[in-house]
Design a protein around this ligand. Structure first.
Ligand SMILES: [Zn+2]
Length: 452
């Protein structure tokens, strides 16, 4: 049984009439753009549209009222969004919480708990079943593309990357999947780093690491940071790989790796794409240092992804009952204003790094608005959950355009006010012009895996 609030016609050609779409996500010609009626909510860029669907694709985008009643349902001002894009996740960690919770709720507790569970339980079938559960959940929510990090400390990369390749194949046409390695920085100073780069290259993945070292676990800036970063860049360049790094995920202002990543990229004349995630401690620097770091990122062509729900959960947490004093998120507004490409993403789900989450990019965006103050005005921030992560992934997704796939979320909400206020559990998810079943997988499916 599906909980979708409406079902589109089960036919190849129809029109969805009287929708509200973010102007910034509509790719239309200038003449059409001029005719789209803005919805003056003082807040955003919604416009009134009709969408004609033909054979699974968007066949026409026209001002609301362009098509007659016989052509398809009147959605009475419902919002429409393109299928959403989650550029930073950890599908291999997902849903292990019941068997390995995080005792302290902080980053150190998360790493420790995950290490114990990975060593004990992450055989191929365990990773496969949890990954599939996450993908089915995301699919039902309207997510069309996901990049997942894969814990890659030996021997895990040799287990998880083959499972990823299998899942990428199995999910073709439903969710476009990419992978990045994640491993402590120090392994790139050993042959394990080279072997990992080879596994990543064989899998069509991105090379990734954390800018922290197991050799110096207490240091947020390991003394061999620059030497190891150079090695990461060289291994990637030799294999033509893009980079995807976990950087400065810390409440310690001493964590200043991001600018070193940028300077290494410039010094190495690196040609690939670089995505840096988290960079939470940057928000604790002086304004001058923030500006200097953003300028270096701009020069190096670094893209940024913020993981607001996970950052707020892990950062500034104390062992005693002390109230957190900051939200744990990076300087996303400043980065966007300086022209960096910035995205928000879901990160962890029900694992030691985040006890909650439901693979729902619409919810991630909603929470990002509230945690990062993306509102008043909301402007074009919806791009950070759609078009921008798609561009970072190098895929043609996250917009609504003629000729593009009819992969859409239609919401009962008629405005951002209604959308951001109420969980959109009753959304209709359309894939290739047809409504899909939005029933979520039952957690009970994972009970056998959790019984250890
Ligand atoms: Zn992450």
């Amino acid at each position: 049984m599906s909980h979708s609030f409406f079902q589109p016609p089960a036919q190849d050609n129809y029109v969805l009439r009287n929708l509200r779409a973010p102007r910034c996500l509509l790719q239309v010609d200038a003449a059409t753009a001029d005719r789209l009626r803005p919805i003056h909510d003082g807040h955003s860029d919604l416009v009134a549209v009709d969408l004609r669907i033909a054979h699974g694709r968007i066949d026409a985008i026209a001002p609301a009222g362009s098509f007659d009643a016989a052509s398809g349902p009147d959605l009475d001002a419902s919002m429409v969004l393109p299928g959403m894009v989650d550029v930073h996740t950890h599908l291999d960690k997902g849903h292990i919480w019941p068997r390995q919770p995080n005792a302290t709720g902080d980053g150190a507790g998360a790493s420790k708990a995950t290490g114990i569970d990975r060593t004990a339980n992450w055989h191929a079938d365990d990773v496969r079943q949890r990954m599939d559960f996450g993908l089915r959940t995301a699919y039902a929510k309207g997510v069309v593309a996901i990049r997942t990090h894969l814990d890659s400390l030996a021997p895990q990369a040799a287990i998880s990357f083959p499972v990823f390749r299998e899942m990428r194949e199995r999910w073709t046409g439903r969710i476009e999947l990419q992978a990045s390695s994640i491993a402590p920085l120090n392994i790139f100073l050993t042959d394990e780093g080279r072997q990992l780069a080879d596994i990543v290259a064989e899998s069509g993945g991105r090379l990734g690491c954390v800018t922290k070292s197991m050799t110096y676990p207490a240091d947020t800036m390991p003394p061999d940071l620059d030497e190891a970063l150079v090695r990461v860049f060289q291994l990637a360049a030799e294999r033509g790989l893009d980079l995807d790094l976990h950087v400065d995920e810390s409440t310690d202002p001493a964590a200043r790796s991001l600018i070193r990543v940028a300077r290494t990229a410039i010094a190495q004349n690196f040609k690939g794409r670089i995505l840096c995630g988290h960079v939470t401690s940057l928000a604790l620097q002086t304004d001058d240092f923030i500006e200097e770091t953003i300028a270096a990122c701009k020069e190096a062509g670094i893209d940024i992804v913020s993981l607001p729900t996970v950052n707020m959960y892990l950062q500034d947490r104390s062992p005693e009952a002390r109230t957190p004093r900051w939200r744990g998120v990076t300087v996303l507004h400043e980065m966007k204003a300086r022209g960096l490409r910035v995205a928000v993403a879901g990160d962890n789900c029900r694992d030691p790094f985040y006890a909650y989450g439901d693979h729902d990019m619409l919810d991630t965006f909603t929470q990002a608005v509230k945690i990062l103050h993306l509102d008043h005005p909301l402007g074009d921030w919806i791009r950070a959950a759609t078009e921008t992560p798609a561009a970072i992934m190098g895929i043609d997704r996250g917009t609504i355009k003629v000729g593009g796939p009819a992969d859409l979320l239609v919401l009962k909400a008629r405005s951002y006010s209604e959308m951001l206020a109420r969980a959109q559990f009753d959304r209709t998810v359309i894939r290739a012009g047809r409504a899909i079943d939005t029933t979520l997988p039952d957690y009970r499916e994972l009970d056998a895996l959790m019984a250890v």
